[in-house]
Design a protein around this ligand. Sequence first.
Ligand SMILES: Nc1ncnc2c1ncn2[C@@H]1O[C@H](COP(=O)(O)OP(=O)(O)OP(=O)(O)O)[C@@H](O)[C@H]1O
Ligand code: NI
Length: 429
Amino acid sequence: MTDEILRVTDLSTRFFTQEGQVNAVSELDLRIERGEVFGIVGESGSGKSVTARSIIDLIESPGEITDGEIRYRNADLAATIAEDHPTAVDGEFVKLLELPEGVRESLRGTSFSMIFQDPESSFNPTLTVGEQLAEAVEVQRRASARPRSTRSRTESAEYSLGSLLLSTVLPSRTYVSEESRDRAVELLELVGIPDPVERADEYPHEYSGGMLQRAMIAQALAGEPDVLIADEPTTALDVTIQAQILDLLDDLQRETGMTILLITHNLGVVARMCDRVGVMYAGEIVERGTLEDVFDDHVHPYTRGLLGSVPDLEDASGRLEPIPGNVPSLLDREMDDRCQFADRCPKAMDDCLEHPPEYPADGTDHHRARCVLAETVYDDARALPAGYFDGTERPAGDEHVGPVDPESDPSDERPRSAAETTGTGGDRR
Ligand SMILES: Nc1ncnc2c1ncn2[C@@H]1O[C@H](COP(=O)(O)OP(=O)(O)OP(=O)(O)O)[C@@H](O)[C@H]1O
Ligand code: NI
């Protein structure tokens, strides 16, 4: 039996910029089970952060969620809200996008929390870490002490002061009780900060990068959230510290049973942390499944490209070598209704000029790929000619269409992905 905590259906998030409409996330589906670590992986600009921010309600103008539904399972919350907002409730699920803004805001910290790459942005430099954690605890306590249905706009604005994400607003010491201060020290201890009593009285700049990252995690845990969204939480740290922070998240997940949505461009991190993974490209999840599905039985050439470009999956520092070609701009006017990866794909065929649906990848429902190769075998006869997407057909071997690979056979006219050039011998390192 599944215990879905989050169900995102058909989510589209757009940015309406001066250059035009950016389709950052398009018709995205996502189901996350309670207690799992779900990874979203993909190159820069694929829409990972926008997906996360859409879930936690941090999309700001000129961005907008233009379509879709986000359901969060929380029976207590559903029961509390049902009276005032019946249309926002379906059984144990709360439809987040139908909640009034104040109620949605109040879920930040208590239901969902987010940690980021740069902990500095989560702390106010003029207050001690302990004060800020205590304030976060206080705000979350007050938030859960009052029934959500009776909150006024002013009250919700007050809650948002302590919202872990609005760190630019000064929290005020006067709200903080002794109990909350004690809890702040406990939280610092929980995330492995030595001498937590003393460290609580220090300012953010007195913390090292790794310690501040821990403190940010403590801050995110202050409201005992159901779902922790971690957006590249270790990217800015050096390798040893990265490994320690990942261990910490792993331990905390085990101890608290919380659900983690982990965003990364690092497949080594996915391999180490996640139960299931969604591979994201151009605002869509193009392949999803268990770690085994995605690492060992992948269908999508993009997944293969990502895997082939990882030097060492055991190494948390493993960086992606770029896949040849560019990530699409996601500008609406530049996007055709085709497979978005076709222009970089070593196996693009005529079929790929139509936008592929998500196919079951090997007859199972949990492994799915948005690629015709889930259904059809690759057929050279139907391959798109090299240079097809440049508008001109280029001669074979033209360096514009593929990586410069001195060892490739010049008579082979298909561009190769990094995976193909490095992974064919069965040894991808
Ligand atoms: N505030 C914004 N205004 C305009 N466009 C935006 C804004 N935020 C994101 N985008 C666009 O949305 C798309 C997806 O961005 P997103 O930040 O989600 O990518 P990402 O996968 O998280 O990349 P990275 O690994 O670099 O963090 C990009 O094309 C980006 O330019
Ligand atoms: Ni991002």
